[in-house]
Structures are given as C-alpha cells and as structure tokens.
Design a protein around this ligand. Structure first.
Ligand code: MG
Ligand code: MG
Length: 245
C-alpha cells in the first residue's frame, strides 16, 4: 500500500534528507586511495549519530555497516571492510538515516583518485539518468514514465540497466510501496500523485545488465564496473523536490 505524505510529513523528510546530503558530501570529501571502506563506514556512523540520527542500514536484515561500499563490479550492498581503496577504482557509497522517525536514502558513486575515461563517463551517465527520471516525476504521470526515461537514456548510450534491484517508496520505513524499477513502459504503472515520496536509484553497468549473486552479493555478470546514484524525491505542489541534494 502506498502511503502518501502530508506537507508536514514532507517537511520532516526534508530535514532527514538535508542531513544525509551533508553526510554524503562529508564522506566524498574524505574518501581517498589507501583508505579502508571500514574507515569510511566509521566516519558515516560518527556523522549520523552526532546529528541525532540513526543509521538505517546498520542491522537491517543483518547488514553490518552504516554504508554500503560497492567497488567496481559490485553493483550494490558491498560490506565495509579492511580492504583498501585503490587508485582508479570507483566506489558507490549508499547511505540511509532516520531523523525523528523519518527515513532518507541516497547514494553517490565516486572515483578513487584518477580513473579511466570510461568509468568517469559511466558515473556521469548514471547520475544524469536519475535527473532524466526525475523530469517525469510529475502529477498525472505514471511510474513507468520515470522507469522508461532512465532506461531509454542509458540503453541508447550502450549501458546496461540492472533489473535485479530497484528503487522504492520511502517514509517512516526505508522500503515502502511502490517499487521503482529503472526499466519499464511509459504510461504504465501507478499514477504519480502529490505526497508520493520515492527513492529513485539507477544502478547502471558499463557492460551487460545481467547480475550474479546470492544473498547480499550483487555483482555484474561480466565483471565490468557498475555505478549507482540515488536520491529521496518528494512530489509536492511545486513539483518534484529532491530532498537529499
Ligand atoms: Mg540507498
Ligand atoms: Mg534505496
């Protein structure tokens, strides 16, 4: 069941979203070659708890971290570890928090030091596809309009759109209805209404869209890199408002 949010509830989510936006900026400024993803995870935990929030990933379904740290061919759900980041890798940092009962969820993919042109392009296409999706997040439209815009933008450029993971509604719970696939048919799916809040999150591969993995692992089938970009977005009287940017 979809839970539409009142303007007052969206105001609360705007606050959680603002803290998460700042947390991700804080992490992006600090990530560098040689750093372990465990250290980055500690920084995220400290930041979130210092701002009177709770990390929403920690313990969720047994997840061991505050962030998901997914390197190169890892699509999402990478566990923070003692593994050191290497120059040239790309890292997706996915993070969620709860402030006064309201969730925010967002992800960024960053290059570790200098990286290849093709990885930089992958990061940029993934990010831009999110904005192509948001352009379709408007009253009277259908969920499939968002999905289709993301898919079309990426596939027309030769990238693979992950099918095994999707975006979601968000509110008091991290994962609410509806599911928000990054592929689909325009004009189909639930009607987009004021008060709908979605985590829109393209997961885009340099090569095939296919993924492999069981349990937490989600890797590209061809071991080529994958990028992730996510924000929590509310549909208000002023249109789509990105709460985590
Ligand atoms: Mg996320
Ligand atoms: Mg999400």
């Amino acid at each position: 069941m979809i839970k539409l949010k009142t303007p007052e509830e969206i105001e609360c989510m705007r606050r959680s979203g603002g803290i998460l936006r700042d947390c991700l900026l804080f992490l992006e400024e600090r990530v560098k070659p040689g750093m372990t993803t465990k250290r980055l995870d500690e920084l995220a935990y400290e930041y979130i708890t210092r701002h009177d929030c709770k990390p929403s990933f920690l313990g969720y379904g047994g997840f061991p971290g505050t962030i998901c740290a997914s390197i190169d061919e890892v699509v999402v759900h990478g566990f923070p570890s003692e593994r050191r980041l290497k120059e040239g890798e790309i890292l997706s940092i996915d993070c969620g928090l709860i402030f006064k009962g309201w969730q925010a969820d967002a992800a960024r993919t960053v290059a570790i030091g200098e990286t290849s042109e093709e990885k930089l392009k992958l990061i940029e296409v993934t990010r831009q596809s999110f904005f192509e999706g948001v352009k379709q997040f408007k009253e009277g439209g259908r969920l499939g309009d968002i999905s289709n815009a993301i898919q079309t933008y990426c596939e027309s450029r030769g990238y693979g759109v992950v099918r095994s993971m999707v975006g979601h509604g968000i509110g008091r719970e991290m994962h609410e209805d509806p599911s928000v696939p990054n592929y689909g048919r325009a004009g189909h799916g639930v009607r987009l209404e004021r008060g709908l809040v979605l985590a829109i999150e393209p997961m885009i591969n340099l090569g095939t869209w296919e993924t492999v993995g069981t349990g937490w692992d989600c890797l590209t089938k061809d071991k080529k890199p994958s990028a992730h970009y996510e924000n929590t977005v509310a549909l208000t009287s002023r249109g789509a408002e990105i709460l985590t940017l």
